[in-house]
Write a protein that binds this ligand. Structure first.
Ligand code: NDP
Length: 451
């Protein structure tokens, strides 16, 4: 990076951290994008004069609200709800809702910021947002989750709508939660619209939406691998997480001929040297989605597997790694271990799962590495397809949705290749994704004046 760009990044980040004290995840996400786009901003003084970046990091609106509810013992509980409406330059706000004990303003802002670029990359007209609560559905009864969702939506419904803001799922928010949220939205607003995505199939959902993020991540990895004449066939894949994204990343990787040897949750990971098969995968689906159990139970059911309490799977030897759990789950040491063990492709299913140091390790090692905002965009893209189907009151087949998903992931790869091309012929996917998303949103903001 030239000296002007370097100075711009330093001054900008100093201002950002002073204005947003303690918001470390948000600063991390902005810092990463800024590194990629600063030289472009220097080339177009209009973007600097119009303070495009300064405006992009200031959410258009942040809503923070009380979520009171009554647990099964009759005790009153209070949680905090958030919706960060980050940027609507290219379409209505769109982004998931996360229910997890770690949720705070910094995490919401980082996710909404990332979402803005990711949505721009999908080629669909969607702005960026994120929401959630520090409520954890883990260990709660269905009735408690329902009462919480109803209270959460009682406030949120004022701020969303099919042409305003369309939430979806994320960590802790799956089909059950979307159902409760949609039911309350419909009841309060007296309208049946496509305001939430990830809906059940019989009430407006899209085929393949549950699969989309994991499948899309594998399609993106296929595109990356193809640039080196590689593929999934015969390769060993390490996956973290055992939720929605991990489940379908595992399924597609298996379908493409890979051996998936790990899954994890926040307590530990399982290593199955024989790899998952269809029966074991079905067991995981039932364990996580119906029984709401823990991944350690896999090793009880399949004794050839070992459970490692309190550890992450990055020490397991693999060719391809797919972090699909949460932010900052791969640090510098874990990244060095992966590279030393021969891993040559890291495709992020989760949002920002690699720390900046880990990203540097992958890039310096010259391995294939894609940031979540490119490789996990299949989820929101298919949410966009759900919105289209709701608007035109039609239901596409799995084949139709899958064809759209394939094309979108391939278009995102092409955008990364265009904006991230390196002189040696390889692709900097971080720069490519950041720059492609930025250019689209930035010039839309210029067109729309100082708003
Ligand atoms: P789920 O809630 O379905 O699953 C999350 C998984 O990650 C669980 O196995 C969970 O374990 C684990 N996990 C969560 N927090 C932590 C933590 N702090 N440390 C270790 N493990 C953790 O969520 P999703 O699969 O939907 O989301 C996973 C990631 O993918 C997130 O980063 C999300 O933002 C991203 N993403 C999701 C999309 C979607 O369509 N769902 C779209 C794009 C990105 P446990 O059960 O113990 O909590």
């Amino acid at each position: 990076m030239d000296n002007f760009s370097k100075k711009y990044v330093e001054t900008f980040m100093a201002g950002l951290t002073a204005a947003n004290p303690g918001e470390k995840e948000f600063a991390q996400a902005v810092g990463e994008v800024l590194q990629s786009v600063a030289p472009y901003i220097m080339d177009y003084p209009q973007l600097k004069e119009q303070k495009i970046m300064e405006r992009m990091v200031e959410p258009e609106r942040v809503i923070i609200f009380r979520v009171p509810w009554v647990d099964d013992r009759g005790q009153v509980q209070v949680n905090r709800g958030f919706r960060v409406q980050m940027n609507s330059a290219i379409g209505p706000y769109k982004g998931g809702i996360r229910f997890h004990e770690s949720v705070n303003l910094s995490i919401m802002k980082f996710l909404a910021f990332e979402q803005t670029f990711k949505n721009a990359l999908t080629t669909l007209p969607m702005g960026g947002a994120k929401g959630g609560s520090n409520f954890s559905p883990k260990g709660k009864s269905d009735a408690e989750v329902m009462r919480f969702c109803q209270s959460f939506m009682t406030e949120l419904q004022r701020h969303i709508g099919q042409d305003t803001d369309v939430p979806a799922g994320d960590i802790g928010v799956g089909g059950r939660e979307i159902g409760f949220l949609f039911g309350q939205y419909k009841r309060l607003r007296d309208e049946f619209t496509g305001t939430l995505t990830g809906k059940g199939l019989s009430w407006g959902g899209s085929l393949l939406r549950p699969e989309a993020t994991g499948f899309g991540a594998c399609y993106f990895a296929q595109e990356m691998l193809a640039t080196r004449g590689e593929g999934f066939k015969g390769r060993t894949v390490v996956i973290s997480g055992s939720g929605n994204v991990a489940q379908y990343a595992a399924k597609k990787a298996m379908q493409l001929g890979a051996k998936v040897v790990t899954l994890s949750d926040s307590n530990g990971y399982i290593y199955d040297p024989d790899g998952l098969d269809e029966e074991k995968w079905q067991y995981v689906m039932t364990l996580k989605n119906m029984l709401r159990g823990r991944i350690r139970e896999y090793a009880v059911k399949y004794p050839t597997a070992t459970y490692y309490e309190g550890q992450k799977p990055w020490g397991v030897k693999c060719d391809i790694a797919m972090p699909c759990a949460t932010q900052n789950e791969i640090d510098g040491d874990a990244a060095r271990t992966l590279v030393a063990n021969g891993c040559f492709c890291v495709t992020e299913g989760a949002n920002m799962p690699s720390t900046p140091e880990a990203v540097e390790v992958f890039q310096n090692a010259g391995i294939l590495y894609s940031p979540g905002k490119a490789s996990n965009a299949g989820g929101v893209a298919t949410s966009g397809l759900e919105m289209t189907q709701n608007s035109i009151r039609q239901h596409w087949t799995s084949e139709e949705v899958d064809a759209h998903l394939h094309r979108i992931m391939s278009d995102i790869h092409a955008s990364c290749a265009k904006y991230g091309a390196k002189p040696d012929g390889s692709i900097d996917y971080v720069k490519g994704a950041n720059l492609a998303g930025f250019i689209k949103v930035a010039w839309a903001m210029v067109d729309q004046g100082i708003v």
